[in-house]
Ligand binder design. Structure first.
Ligand code: P6P
Length: 334
């Protein structure tokens, strides 16, 4: 049960028994993500000082190599999860292949794997727009103690045991679910503690915000074009407002609080769209459904899609249940 102003640490302990068959491993996993997020947050918030500290690829005032922030975030999350020996495998947008984690004794009895987009929307950093980290957690399906295989990573999204994101915005928040609803925690940077600020987050069933990059309009499928014109029509509670930050985590977060739909469709240029199924769409779809929203590729529930490759892309329609249903109607009728 969520209590206002509870810290994330207290929340994890108090809800420990909700983690199916967890021996505290999943709690330690969420805790390690919490720690890595604080380290990345510190660096992201300094990004504006790059000119003073040295641009990416050069040395900064401390004489350290200034890394691109998405590379830096990737390393921080991988190091934190590896050093604490909490997972048996990791996949990341920044890594061509998955990483097998073997414990100090060269055996690894951990049962969880993590897939992540360490810094989604990182191109927005240079213009001081919020960015995010997205993570997705599964139990492995191959025998414990053996090296993970691609089979462990190519599970449908409905198998996730937890998923969440960190949004590095006007404040830094962790929003996640372990299958019992969605809760948001805001970081108090003065003391480095996350406090429960958004208990039991719910996607409004309807909304009046649509988030899509209309610059690609001419390349969209006819169903998406028809839905956009529907959003803009002076009728009922429309026209809706167009809000598109260009950072999935930020658009999703705003739409979950206010109600809305995010669409990244396929185009002739990108026949499968742009967003990655395993570490962008699946975790966000899991959160959307846990909050009473929905997510599809325009025709099929995202969480039911059987992945075939680690970095595969899918068209993505996600948000308020009734808005996604209406967009799917236009897709079916086009
Ligand atoms: P476009 C960021 O690169 C990202 O993966 C999402 O966070 C964001 O919503 C989308 O791509 C933006 O893509 O093509 O509209 O710039």
């Amino acid at each position: 049960m969520a209590k206002q102003n509870q810290t994330l640490g207290e929340f994890i302990i108090e809800n420990q028994e909700e983690f199916k068959y967890s021996s505290g491993e999943l709690s330690r996993l969420i805790n390690s993500i919490r720690l890595a997020a604080k380290v990345v947050n510190h660096e992201v918030n300094k990004a504006g000082l790059v000119d003073i500290l040295g641009a990416a690829g050069e040395t900064n005032v401390q004489g350290e190599d200034q890394q691109k922030l998405d590379v830096y975030a990737n390393e921080i999350f991988i190091k934190t999860l590896t050093n604490r020996e909490i997972v048996c495998g990791i996949a990341s947008e920044e890594e061509d292949d998955y990483i097998t984690i073997t414990g100090r004794n060269k055996k690894n009895d951990n049962k969880y794997i993590v897939l992540m987009d360490p810094l989604d929307g990182s191109s927005n950093i240079d213009v001081n727009v919020s960015v995010g980290t997205i993570f997705s957690i599964y139990r492995r399906v191959t025998p414990t103690g053996t090296p993970v295989t691609i089979e462990d990573f190519l599970q449908p999204g409905k198998n996730q045991v937890a998923a969440g994101y960190i949004v590095y915005g006007t404040s830094t928040m962790i929003v996640y679910s372990t299958g019992h609803g969605v809760n948001g925690f805001t970081l108090n940077p003065a003391i480095g503690t996350y406090y429960l600020s958004h208990p039991n987050m719910k996607y409004p069933e309807d909304g009046n915000i649509y988030s899509v990059n209309e610059g690609n309009y001419v390349h969209f499928p006819q169903g998406v074009k028809d839905y956009i014109k529907y959003c803009q029509k002076e009728e009922d509670n429309r026209p809706y407002s167009a809000r598109y930050i260009g950072s999935l985590v930020s658009d999703f977060h705003r739409n979950m609080i206010k109600g809305g739909i995010y669409i990244y469709p396929n185009t002739a240029k990108d026949p499968d769209g742009k967003l990655r199924l395993l570490y962008e769409c699946n975790p966000m779809a899991y959160l959307a459904e846990q909050a009473g929203g929905s997510a599809s590729n325009g025709f099929e529930r995202i969480l039911d899609i059987q992945p075939t490759t680690l970095h595969q892309r899918v068209p993505f329609f996600c948000g308020s249940k009734n808005m996604v249903a209406k967009a799917e109607e236009f897709m079916h009728n086009s």
